[in-house]
Design a protein. Structure first.
Length: 315
């Protein structure tokens, strides 16, 4: 069984830190000053590190230092290790402190209006020292430029510099008022929607092209839309006024269906929906308050009560 020479490992870590200091300071003299060691000792440590690794890390000239290919690779791993050490140190510090501070969160308007009141109250009970500023908007905020810690977004590929974690999937339901159906009839197949007045969302490029899925088969229909608007809540109100058939997120119309104000149509067909993501800037180490908020929201939306509102459980 191979044993680890802890003294040797610790020594190589010290040499690695010396190597990073030389690269970041740009010279042995500046690095030696920052580490408060002699230049000769620092130079010796770099030679010992290269000998231990069996690779040259730096080209030394009279004017500048250049990284070799091996040096570039080794430096990336050293920086990653230093970031992990810093993150571990911060995590231990935060264990001894209360989770506190302010957070800025941006959420789609209709979604936030349904879900975020209870979520924020539950968060406050769990972490009373946290202060949350909640922004409800249909606009895609620039998290870094606008100073937001986290966003909930739907079906939007985030920039590469941001982290995106799946949060929940929202089911769309097809609904209409009983009075409308009494006059126009109740469609039994997706193709029959072409003969009905439909309420379409102009926010989407293909808002009149509705796609349905059943048993792995896709069916599509291009609907006619006497009225198109770009707001889910207005579409819901129009449906309640018997203006036509609407395709809306289940969380907006579940209560109306349960109360009989709207009737769900074609329940055996999946009619699209949205994948929601938690999106936030990538920060190392990740602040404790941001980490807590991410974990809280992931757990909150995994609960059966939220899944029912999202349209995935009967009820």
């Amino acid at each position: 069984m191979k044993t680890i020479d802890l003294a040797s490992e610790a020594q190589q870590l010290q040499w690695a830190m010396a190597f990073v200091a030389v690269v970041e300071q740009g010279s042995f003299t500046a690095a030696a000053d920052s580490l408060q060691v002699s230049k000769s000792l620092l130079s010796k440590q770099l030679r010992q590190l290269e000998a231990a690794l069996g690779a040259q890390l730096l080209y030394r000239t009279t004017r500048r230092l250049l990284l070799t290919e091996a040096g570039e690779l080794y430096l990336s791993h050293c920086r990653d290790w230093l970031q992990r050490v810093q993150a571990a140190r911060q995590a231990l510090t935060e264990l001894r402190e209360d989770i506190a501070g302010s957070l800025r969160l941006t959420v789609p308007t209709s979604f936030g209006g349904v879900f975020m009141a209870q979520a924020m109250l539950a968060l406050r009970m769990a972490y009373p020292a946290l202060q949350v500023e909640l922004d409800l908007s249909s606009q895609t905020r620039d998290l870094e430029a606008d100073g937001f810690d986290l966003a909930i977004r739907a079906n939007i590929p985030p920039p590469e510099r941001l982290v995106a974690r799946p949060l929940a999937e929202v089911a769309d339901w097809l609904v209409a008022a009983p009075a409308y159906l009494a006059t126009a009839g109740t469609p039994q197949l997706p193709a029959e929607l072409a003969a009905h007045d439909c309420l379409c969302n102009s926010h989407f490029a293909h808002g009149r092209h509705w796609v349905f899925q059943r048993n792995g088969e896709l069916q599509t229909v291009d609907v006619r839309a006497p009225i198109t608007v770009n707001d889910y809540n207005l579409i819901r109100n129009l449906a309640l006024q018997s203006a036509g058939i609407a395709r809306l997120p289940a969380y907006l119309v579940g209560g109306d269906v349960a109360a009989g104000r709207l009737q769900r149509l074609l329940p055996n067909y999946r009619s699209g929906g949205q994948q929601l993501y938690l999106v936030y800037p990538q920060r190392l180490p990740q602040p404790a308050k941001q980490r807590v908020l991410v974990a809280f929201l992931l757990q909150w939306f995994a609960a059966p009560e939220q899944a029912a509102l999202l349209g995935h459980l009967p009820g």
